[in-house]
Ligand binder design. Sequence first.
Ligand code: PGA
Length: 255
Amino acid sequence: MSNRRLAVANWKMNPPTLMEAKKTFQAIAKISAPIKKVEIVVCPPSVYLASLKAGYSGKKIAFGAQNIHQDDKGAKTGEQAASMLKSAGASFSIVGHSERRAMGEDNAAIAKKVSRILEAGMAPILCVGERERDSSGNYLGFIRDQIKSALDPLPRAKYGAMVIAYEPVWAIGKTAKDAMKPEDVHSSVIFIRKTIAEFSNITIATEVPILYGGSVEPLNASELMRNGFVDGFLVGHASLVPTEFKTIMEAVAAN
Ligand code: PGA
């Protein structure tokens, strides 16, 4: 495990109004006050980012974007560049989430986005994970390609800014009982560290935080931390319920 601990809230396309986003954020800010030694990152829809950031005077919570465009400016109607999200208050950006990959983002586009995020001075939270598991282990090659394509173009010195979120696609958006078993998370974490080591070295491979995502709920968070040997979580639906997110943050802090 790395020596960092992270709890990242991926709000996706929720909640429906700025007023509700402010309420949810304020509740998270309040309950996260006693949590120690955990980097808490809230990734709201980008349209809420500047407003939430402006209304927050604390230091505990960092903000993240959910996606950026691979270009830095120009005629891209409806898109946002990394520099824009950075100036709106984001210091992290999720990249390569499976829901974006399902919209057609490929490894090459994701590699460009990772570079843009780093150029803007933010930390990429690179999502990797298989769509399904096959008995012959081809899914490992799939995960390896996702990591390799994103890391290959980067100078090694940049690896330290990366966070990797391992999210098996089949486990996303369900309930704790459908999440991946902690032992299986652990073997994926070992495989991811081994893959990073191939492109760098053991020290770097040990230091990159690896998060698990996919139906993390209060019920399974502790066990996933303890027996999955992850450095924290990327949390979807449970991050919109402050009391649930609190239990998850506590589980990250305790392990
Ligand atoms: P979930 O989402 O916690 O709702 O499964 C996780 C994610 O997609 O990042």
